[in-house]
Unconditional design. Structure first.
Length: 116
């Protein structure tokens, strides 16, 4: 499966942004999906995941709790990350990926920069 993330850009602190990740190739609904991010000089961190049907979501503890929401539309082969109340520390490259034991597929990231 090929993944491509969209929706990054430069935003002001306090703003919101919705990222999209479009899948092509094998059936999108066969995969649980996740969002990750990597800030400059830091490791890639897990943000959120959603199961195959979209009925269950998992969010990282910490700073994104209550501000970020993951969702998916299997008819559109797309997983979303709604980001509200953005902070400068949310600045990172955001990646979508399949989430499963073993090999996972990763999309090219999309840069989100939050200015104060």
């Amino acid at each position: 499966v090929q993944l491509q993330a969209f929706g990054g850009g430069l935003v002001q602190a306090g703003d919101y942004r919705k990222l999209s990740c479009v899948a092509s190739g094998r059936a999108f609904s066969d995969y649980a999906m996740g969002w990750f991010r990597q800030a400059p000089g830091k490791e890639r961190d897990f943000i959120a995941a959603i199961n195959k049907s979209g009925s269950k979501t998992y969010l990282s503890d910490g700073s994104v709790m209550g501000r970020f929401t993951i969702s998916r539309d299997n008819a559109k082969n797309t997983v979303y990350l709604q980001m509200n109340s953005l902070k400068p520390e949310d600045t990172a490259v955001y990646y979508c990926a399949t989430v499963r034991p073993g090999t996972n597929y990763w999309g090219h990231g999309t840069q989100v920069t939050v200015s104060s």
